[in-house]
Design a protein around this ligand. Structure first.
Ligand code: GLA
Length: 407
């Protein structure tokens, strides 16, 4: 009897230990590559409800997005009722979600996707719904019970709140609730989260909100939404803070939301060069073939998802023509020529005359000595080697994106 008890106890201890280990590992493994998904905000703002979103889940799968690597389906602001219930729990708006949030989360999971939700560190969300301030542990437990896999946590109505404390508390609350969730800090870069959030969440917004404009900001009265180029320019100085499990987030994608095909292609390419989270925000039920081709270009996505996890950098800039470089695993490189001017330009780049040094990726390349084969990631063609100068015309607001592999 004693022996049996001992054996059982040991077995129990071993299984608890390995379970704890697996659980801990799961948390640690979150966001090892930049998260990919879809979020309701950029197209629908708070005008969301269950039928619309179920249609979007179906379109997500049908469009090939899931198969291209997109995983998360994230509800942004506007999903809640205006008041907590008598127990202080958040409630899904009963008109928008008549079957409750658990049922919707189950639907998302049944399609092989992960489920994300939104709230805010303040007393109210940006759109005026109940915020989480003071309810961190209770809200985290509720999300865990619904099966939430991703939490975007905003920064409105936080007058007397310390950012680092507020985000750390929510991060601990998620851990305590026990269900691994990506924690997405949406504090707009106001308190430099790249300096302190590495162990708090897996991604942090670096700027104000994006809008579907290539190089002109949009004034909303007291604040402005930034253009793609404006946001791009703010990423270079903070690239050393990004890496597996902790990413700079230059905000969600506006691909398919009104810019031209070239601009959308440039926006997507550059976000991949930045190792940015790829969270689409277009109406997937109406996705055009061109938009689909951009969002599901697996070779470009592979640059974003490269396991080295190095954020690319601006290598060269002259007269509206810029070159971005992203070091990749296996000594390969992604190179993106960007024409941000509004006229067609000619690229002439004689590799042999250039060296490429990057302390972060410990890169020291002399193209005069090392030859690379080149592949154009948009035309999907092999285009020779770096032994010859690269010549190509590039349209206004467009990119040419290459992958260089060591020969
Ligand atoms: C802020 C965020 C946006 C979006 C809205 C919702 O502006 O930065 O991404 O979540 O709030 O109200």
């Amino acid at each position: 009897m004693m022996k049996y008890f001992k054996v059982t106890l040991i077995a129990l201890l071993i299984s608890t230990a390995s379970y704890t280990h697996l659980f801990a590992q799961k948390f640690e493994e979150l966001g090892q590559t930049p998260p990919m998904g879809w979020n309701s905000w950029n197209t629908f703002q708070t005008k969301i409800d269950e039928p619309l979103l179920k249609g979007m889940v179906d379109a997500y799968v049908a469009s090939g997005m899931r198969d291209a690597g997109y995983t998360y389906f994230v509800l942004d602001d506007g999903w809640m009722a205006m008041d907590r219930d008598n127990n202080g729990n958040l409630v899904a708006d009963p008109k928008k979600f008549p079957n409750g949030m658990k049922e919707f989360a189950d639907y998302v999971h049944s399609k092989g996707l992960k489920f994300g939700i939104y709230n805010c560190a303040g007393t109210k969300t940006c759109a005026g719904y109940p915020g989480t301030h003071g309810y961190e542990y209770q809200d985290a437990r509720l999300y865990a019970s619904w099966g939430v896999d991703y939490l975007k946590f905003d920064w409105c109505n936080t007058d007397s709140i310390n950012a680092r404390d507020a985000y750390t508390t929510m991060s601990k609350a998620i851990r305590a609730a026990g269900r691994p969730m990506i924690f997405s800090l949406c504090e707009w870069g106001n308190h430099q989260p790249w300096l302190w959030a590495k162990n708090v969440g897996q991604l942090w917004r670096t700027t104000s909100d994006i809008h579907a404009g290539f190089d002109k900001d949009l004034s909303n009265g007291s604040w402005s939404s930034y253009s793609v180029m404006h946001i791009l320019d703010l990423q270079n100085p903070i690239r050393q803070y990004a890496g597996p499990g902790h990413w700079n987030d230059p905000d969600m994608l506006e691909v398919g939301n009104g810019m031209t095909y070239s601009e959308d292609k440039a926006h997507f390419s550059l976000w991949c060069m930045l190792a940015a989270p790829l969270i689409a925000g277009n109406d997937l039920r109406k996705i055009s073939e061109q938009t689909k081709a951009i969002l599901t270009n697996k070779e470009v996505i592979a640059v974003d998802q490269d396991s080295l996890g190095v954020q690319g950098f601006k290598y060269y800039s002259f007269d509206g023509l810029e070159i971005y470089v992203k070091p990749l695993k296996d000594n390969s490189l992604a190179i993106c020529f960007l024409n941000r001017s509004s006229r067609q330009q000619n690229i002439y780049f004689d590799w042999k005359e250039h060296t490429l040094v990057d302390a972060i990726a410990k890169l020291d390349i002399d193209f005069g000595k090392t030859n690379y084969s080149m592949r154009d990631l948009w035309t999907k063609k092999d285009i020779g080697t770096t032994a010859k100068a690269f010549k190509q015309t590039i349209g206004a607001h467009d990119v040419v994106m290459l992958k260089l592999s060591k020969q």
